[in-house]
Design a protein around this ligand. Sequence first.
Ligand code: ASP
Length: 648
Amino acid sequence: MKLDRLDDFQRTHRNGDLRLPDAGRQVRLLGWCKRVRNLGSLVFLDLRDRWGLVQLVANETEVAPELLARLKEVRSEFVLAAEGVVAEREQKNPNMPTGDIEVRLTSLRILNTAQTPPIPLDESAEANEDLRLKWRFLDLRRESLQRSLVLRSDVAHLIRSYFRRHDFVEFETPILGKSTPEGARDYLVPSRVHQGEFFALPQSPQLYKQLLQVAGFERYVQICRCFRDEDLRADRQPEFTQVDVEMSFVRAQDIQDIMEPLLVELAALVGREVTAPFPRLPYRDAMEWYGSDKPDTRCKVKIQDVTALFAESGFNLFRAASESGGQRRVRALFFEGPQAGAFSRKQLDDLQDVAKHLGAGGLPYAKWGKDGFASSFKKFVDPALEAALKAALGVTGEGLAVFAVGPDDQTSKVLGEVRLRLARSMGLIDESKFEFLWVVDFPLLEWSEEAGRFIACHHPFTSPHPEDLDLLESDPGRCRAQAYDVILNGFELGGGSIRIHDAETQSRMFRAIGMSESLAQEQFGFLLNALSYGAPPHGGIALGLDRLVMLLVGATNIREVIAFPKTAQARCLMTSAPSPVDPRQLKDLRIQIEQAQQWKAGVMFFESVPAEFQAPLGALRTLTANAPTSTSTLVLDGEVVKVETTTL
Ligand code: ASP
């Protein structure tokens, strides 16, 4: 098809802006054909640009035959330049912002054609996500994605201007950095110039921003990309964006105070009213009441300790907990109301499966419903115990209590998840609400079975709580950190800490995580140096921008707010990255790809078979006995190998 040229055609209006008062205006518009409908004497075309949609119309009896002929060539997604006169529609469309008007075409240019899209661009149409990701540049034409990404741009703009107003300095820190131990797995970049050496992509600019405090900038901000080679989850990506903040001469409270008004403004951007200050919840209470360090406090139900009620009980499982000196506890959730009291056997079985999946033996329950009291351990519940349970859980009418017994980390995991599921299934979570909170006083260290040592819960630059400093050596697991997370509706939006700002404490911290003096010097010598040259007290925070935007737009998938995301298998389906590279590039880098090991044996003659070949040869004979060519496995030197054999 012969294409028309844009030449000096310029739009007079954005498509989504036209309204009834524009009737009578001659307008020039640009965009893509969303849809064309040929109704005989009338042809309708919806023209889409970034700002919206407008209906163009041509009446066969009124327009020039050449225009009509051109119009009939148009298909979906063709790129058009249209000219016409705005007119009031006879049949208005209340679902469209421009639904009161249409544009009567007077001329039309086809700037480009388009093949039929391989995915539907309609919001309502279902399409496989992998296919959408492969055709991302088309999928991005969808209205919801356009809206989300424009909002993301607004969010970034608001954040920058907020920090500028508060006198922060924006930095760019290196993408090619140093690989250091601790944290997640690094993405490595081989150095061509320095053979055998590697850069690491930053997991976060943590140390750079601290060094900028040592340098005296006092208020740092960066919207930066971070890279972590971790196993992915629905709301994680191998590369993601942080709003990274660091300040000098601050306490945890000061960092929180600077972040809160920003989050209030961001919520207002999507019409949510939030008030600061946000509640502060110590980590211990978060785990005790909600079984989670990122509680969704829109549901008010809290976990309760009912261990003591079972001290005399015949229910051995629960009584044993009461005799364990706090090693095991019986903890419970109570949901009140007829809906909870009417929970069916099937619903309870489903919940029990969830609990079992999380490592519980089951999910004992007690239910007060229309038909009275029911419980999975009813035979152990006498009237006195029932009365005690009702008093402890606050049962006044119908309702459902579920129980977990065991060590705290396990009962927290089970009841934390069950709490959310029950709350969602009973509609107890007001989706229109934004509930922020700070979880504070995290533990500094946790024991890692895998590493056989303590590891930092946040990162090893986090300052111990001043009152707990001596626990660093005497009881590291009990040492609290000056660390805090900001939570929104059960999601961790970000986290930060007050940092260690003296070399002595930093060395103690390295020792606490089992790092030798020499390794600490080798890996973090630059930091220890910096801390001994007048480092100010400092602290900061980083917010996950992708997750923040996801929550602001109300999406459930982080890929919805990233222009070109990767799949859960860390692949870009559009460009097919990662991909093999030219062998010359590998040669430059002196990198050899390790292939799966292959042994090719030709013909072997033995005058006498050495002892070590007796067994494999015997096996080979068996392999080749039945088929001239066969593939099988064989154990050689204790290793299972694949063997292809051919009888000559
Ligand atoms: N750099 C930290 C992180 O990425 C955040 C901080 O401590 O500021 O989690």
